[in-house]
Ligand binder design. Structure first.
Ligand SMILES: Nc1ncnc2c1ncn2[C@@H]1O[C@H](COP(=O)(O)OP(=O)(O)OP(=O)(O)O)[C@@H](O)[C@H]1O
Ligand SMILES: [Mg+2]
Length: 272
């Protein structure tokens, strides 16, 4: 994305706040009506209000993401780094999304080795986990999701990643549809979605990974993805496109996706 000037970014932030302000009381009123506070509702009214509320929540989420991205772009995002346990933050994010995983019949587990404490912004790191887990949940229909955390210096020889220092290495793996290698760089760009065509079945704006990347990089870490993409029944690798996604999905085998990111133990934090 083209860099925003400070004035442009401030304008986006201001406008986004203005857009968000009326949404909060709207959401509160909707919840009260739906909760029967103003009288009982019939089934059709409830269904209609549920749809309005779901879209209000979506709009609120989108505006929040745009504010974050504009702040990052202008170098205005503030980070409050406090020493703590990253695994604890991962577990908290997993607990929050476990009901959704259960609803889809998926497992959602966290595996952590012995980790030293390190300095990081707990709220922002929670956001990274939520973004990655939210994606994993969207694109996985069978199997499940695992977060694994380890100290990079403990990763066995041969499995270690070149160029990695004394970092905490986090993997968020799912058994979902996978991402073809030629899309690995693209998905970290704002507004990029692989199933953005008319067949799109998943909600979202394509901002979650761009934000996760900004947060990880601001901590001095790296984020990347490993996946072979969906594989056809004859084992030839198939490329996802918006046309392939919906009708041909049943002929593709899910290979899963792993997002990896690092958090340096030595603070090399940048502003952003
Ligand atoms: N775990 C995953 N498995 C398969 N595809 C994924 C996965 N995570 C991300 N993607 C692909 O990368 C795209 C970008 O992800 P990103 O999180 O940035 O946006 P989004 O989830 O579509 O919207 P938002 O996060 O803003 O609500 C997704 O639309 C999807 O096509
Ligand atoms: Mg997302």
């Amino acid at each position: 994305m083209k860099k925003l000037t400070k004035v442009q970014a401030d304008f986006v932030t201001l406008m986004s706040h203005e857009l968000r302000t009326p949404l909060t009381p709207m959401q509160a009123q909707l919840e009260m009506v739906m909760g029967g506070f103003y009288g009982s509702l019939n089934a059709k009214q409830k269904r209609s209000l549920r749809m309005i509320l779901r879209n209000t929540v979506r709009l609120n989420h989108l505006i929040k993401e745009i504010i974050d991205l504009a702040r990052m772009d202008a170098g205005n995002m503030s980070y409050t780094c406090v020493s703590g346990d990253v695994a604890k933050v991962a577990r908290q994010a997993a607990s929050l999304l476990r009901p959704q995983a259960r609803q889809k019949g998926l497992y959602l587990r966290v595996r952590a080795g012995a980790l030293p404490e390190c300095a990081f912004d707990h709220e922002r790191m929670h956001q990274v986990f939520l973004n990655l887990l939210g994606n994993a949940l969207k694109y996985t229909d069978r199997g499940g999701i695992e977060i694994a955390l380890e100290r990079a210096s403990n990763v066995p020889q041969g499995k270690s990643i070149p160029g990695m220092g004394d970092d905490i290495l986090v993997r968020v793996s799912d058994t979902g549809i996978g991402i073809a290698p030629e899309h690995h760089a693209l998905i970290f760009e704002p507004f990029k979605q692989l199933d953005a065509g008319a067949h799109r079945v998943h909600e979202g704006s394509g901002l979650g990974l761009a934000i996760a990347k900004g947060i990880v990089q601001a901590h001095g870490g790296r984020i990347w993805v490993e996946s072979t993409g969906p594989v056809a029944a004859d084992n030839g690798v198939r490329i996802i496109s918006s046309v392939d996604m919906a009708p041909a999905a049943s002929t593709l085998q899910a290979t899963g996706t792993t997002f990896l990111f690092t958090i340096p133990l030595q603070s090399t934090r940048r502003r952003g």
